[in-house]
Design a protein around this ligand. Structure first.
Ligand code: ZN
Length: 61
């Protein structure tokens, strides 16, 4: 799926368990382009996007 932040298709599924997040039901996605982290869950059959981490602006360097 496309990144809800920047529309990039470079999103990858990541395992957040080691960082204290629980993603047992729905996979967590991270955008390789803008750094946004989100999860899609189904609520009453409708997909809802939970933004876990907002897109990061690039730092110096
Ligand atoms: Zn993005």
């Amino acid at each position: 799926m496309k990144c809800p932040g920047c529309g990039s298709r470079t999103a990858v599924e990541i395992d957040m368990h080691s960082e204290g997040f629980t993603a047992e039901e729905y996979p967590v996605k991270e955008c390789g382009s803008c750094g946004m982290v989100w999860r899609v869950r189904l609520e009453k059959g409708e997909p809802k996007i939970d933004i876990i981490k907002a897109a990061e602006s690039k730092k110096n360097g």
